[in-house]
Design a protein around this ligand. Structure first.
Ligand SMILES: [Zn+2]
Length: 388
């Protein structure tokens, strides 16, 4: 039968050797087997799920001219890094461009089955975010605007209904009504790039907002120690924050505190990676501004004094969470699999259980570095994995 096979490796959560059989693209059975030499240090986990990818290896998802073949190349590179499902993320831009970008991404889904298999939906981050300095981060200021349902529906039409998530500032004029409409349409609402008050954040959650986009970032460098947008998002149990654990966006102690407050089931990892991943250090133009990509992977807009996305794959975040928090490997991987499938309602994948889609990664973990050896997507062997 097509899209069938089996893999044997150590289960990422139980630590016990297992043989996983899959048929027709679905996991058929997971059975314990005796330990053997060749299984040593080789693990199996569900394919990682990344809620926020702006581009990959030179392909920018916000480029309306990115051909389907290029987007497919990005998908293959993303899979080689262990991510089998993701949300292409489009940030603030001029109206006409956003329409074209979503039309282009929708076309890629239609034209390429593998792109369709790995893309769970699009994430629109902006343009309905805070226009206050620091909070909008590196989003182009001139295109930030207040929420408009009519305008958003034009994007959703262009996207052929594939926008699954929107990041919005609850403090924007009309945001509460907009959030309610999104929730009624089953669109995931995430709070982000915001200087909203505690009351506004609680109201947004009451209206159905359920995520916080890259908590601790999209925030001014200097904030009031009492009244700032981070405390209420940490305090609200309804909100699952995403965090960027690349070692640049948050300090280890911030990652530790966020994980302690929310608990290992109520927080997710994102990469927020841009097309600069894998590119040489140097000076580039991004979103109309000069940015610097350093040798250590930092992408900075020196004029705005803010980070402009990340340049590391999600698997780096898994290792960093283990290092920063003391979480087990199973707990850390759940932040990029099980928790994301729950928070983003991708119910057919994200765990190693019969009936789930056979999205599997075979990997080793050494010194907090996850190296991908093999990737299976929808029951098909996709690639030989990343090199390190
Ligand atoms: Zn952002």
């Amino acid at each position: 039968m097509e899209r069938s096979g089996e893999v044997s490796a150590i289960h990422y959560e139980t630590g016990k050797p297992v043989r996983i059989k899959f048929r027709g693209g679905l996991i058929a059975s997971v059975n314990e087997i005796p330990m053997s030499e060749e299984l040593n240090d080789v693990f199996v986990a569900p394919g990682l799920i990344d809620n926020q990818i702006n581009g990959y290896r030179g392909v920018d998802f916000s480029d309306p001219a990115a051909a389907t073949g290029k987007i497919r190349m990005a998908v293959d590179a993303i899979r080689a890094d262990g991510v089998t499902t993701f949300f292409p993320t489009v940030i603030t831009g001029p109206h006409d461009k956003l329409v074209k970008v979503f039309r282009n991404l929708a076309r890629a889904l239609q034209e390429d089955e593998e792109v369709r298999t790995s893309v769970a939906g699009f994430h629109l981050e902006g343009p309905y975010i805070s226009p206050e300095t620091g909070y909008y981060g590196c989003h182009p200021f001139e295109f930030i605007r207040k929420p408009s349902w009519d305008e958003f529906m034009q994007y959703q039409d262009a996207a052929a209904g594939n926008i699954r998530q929107v990041t919005v500032c609850p403090g924007a004029e009309g945001a509460m009504d907009f959030i309610g409409r999104c929730v009624r349409q089953n669109i995931i609402v995430s709070i982000g790039h915001t200087n909203a008050s505690a009351d506004q954040i609680m109201e947004a959650a009451d209206r159905g907002a359920r995520l916080s986009t890259h908590l601790g970032n999209g925030c001014a460098n200097l904030i009031d120690r009492h009244r700032n947008p981070i405390w209420p998002q940490l305090a609200c149990d309804l909100l699952t924050p995403s965090i960027i654990a690349d070692g640049h966006h948050l300090l280890p102690e911030e990652v530790r505190v966020f994980c302690k407050v929310k608990g290992p089931r109520n927080i997710i990892l994102v990469s927020d990676v841009t097309h600069f991943i894998g590119m040489d250090p140097g000076n580039y133009v991004f979103l109309g501004s000069d940015i610097v990509l350093s040798a250590d992977g930092l992408i900075k807009n020196p004029v705005l004094n803010c980070l402009a996305g990340a340049s590391f794959p999600l698997r780096n975040g898994v290792g960093n969470v283990m290092k920063f928090t003391g979480y087990s490997m199973g707990e850390a991987i759940d932040l990029a699999t099980r928790n994301v499938s729950a928070a983003c309602r991708i119910t057919d994948r994200g765990s190693l259980e019969p009936g789930k889609r056979a999205d599997l990664i075979i990997f080793q973990m050494e010194d907090y570095r996850m190296s991908i050896k093999k990737v299976i997507v929808n029951g098909k062997d996709n690639s030989s994995g990343s090199k390190n």
